[in-house]
Design a protein around this ligand. Structure first.
Ligand code: HEM
Ligand code: HEM
Length: 158
């Protein structure tokens, strides 16, 4: 993997589409929870269909795998030197781990009808949202306080 001066158009498109889809699934996760409970508890009435949450989540999983392949193929900007750069790199790595683990856990819960994994999936989704929220605040801080052009790297292709 090589260092570059910015992200490609494809990398930027993938970053923002994954961000939108993750936010959608977090905000509208409840429908999946209700359908899941209905299936597990075998409540009467019509069996619930597959909630959009499942399809959106599987799309996130596929897009994140694609994103990692593209990152290895096209490279990414090098982290800043020092502690701040180290924190950014590890923060991004942890985001990738959670972006894979959250939908993968959801899939194990849904297809394996496993309630414990379902609970872990919900907790991991909370952790992902907290970290992504922090990440967004840091990115906006770079733009409006430090005015160092880091946010523009994810808006304008190299
Ligand atoms: C980025 C992707 C995803 C995010 C952010 C996410 C987020 C969430 C959240 C916040 C909940 C808790 C909702 C509630 O009960 O109030 C939830 C529940 C659930 N999600 Fe996801 N999810 C994602 C992907 C997936 C995928 C790919 C699947 C299955 C293929 C899935 C299956 C489920 C199931 C079965 C539940 C109910 C779990 C339970 O009630 O114990 N999710 N999800
Ligand atoms: C308003 C929300 C967001 C803003 C303003 C934002 C901004 C940015 C910026 C400016 C970068 C480039 C950082 C750099 O070059 O050093 C970046 C990278 C990244 N963002 Fe976001 N982001 C947001 C939401 C998200 C969300 C929701 C996720 C994950 C679910 C996410 C995951 C990542 C990851 C993993 C990277 C590292 C990319 C790489 O180098 O491979 N971001 N983001």
């Amino acid at each position: 993997m090589s260092d570059t001066t910015g992200y490609s158009r494809l990398q930027i498109a993938l970053h923002w589409s994954v961000a939108l889809l993750v936010a959608y699934n977090y905000i509208f996760g409840e429908a999946a929870g209700e359908a899941f409970d209905q299936i597990i508890e075998g409540e009467g009435g019509a069996a619930p269909g597959t909630p959009l949450h499942i399809w959106v989540g599987l799309a996130v999983l596929a897009l994140v795998v694609l994103r990692l392949v593209v990152r290895f193929a096209q490279g990414a900007p090098a982290a800043e030197a020092g502690l701040q750069g180290q924190l950014a790199s590890w923060g991004h790595r942890l985001l990738y781990v959670l972006m894979l683990a959250v939908p993968a856990g959801g899939a194990v819960a849904w297809f394996g009808l496993n309630e414990e994994v379902g609970d872990i999936h919900g907790a991991a989704a909370n952790a992902l949202m907290i970290l992504a929220g922090l990440h967004a605040v840091v990115a906006l801080g770079h733009h409006f306080v430090l005015k160092d052009g880091i946010l523009m790297r994810m808006l304008r292709a190299r």
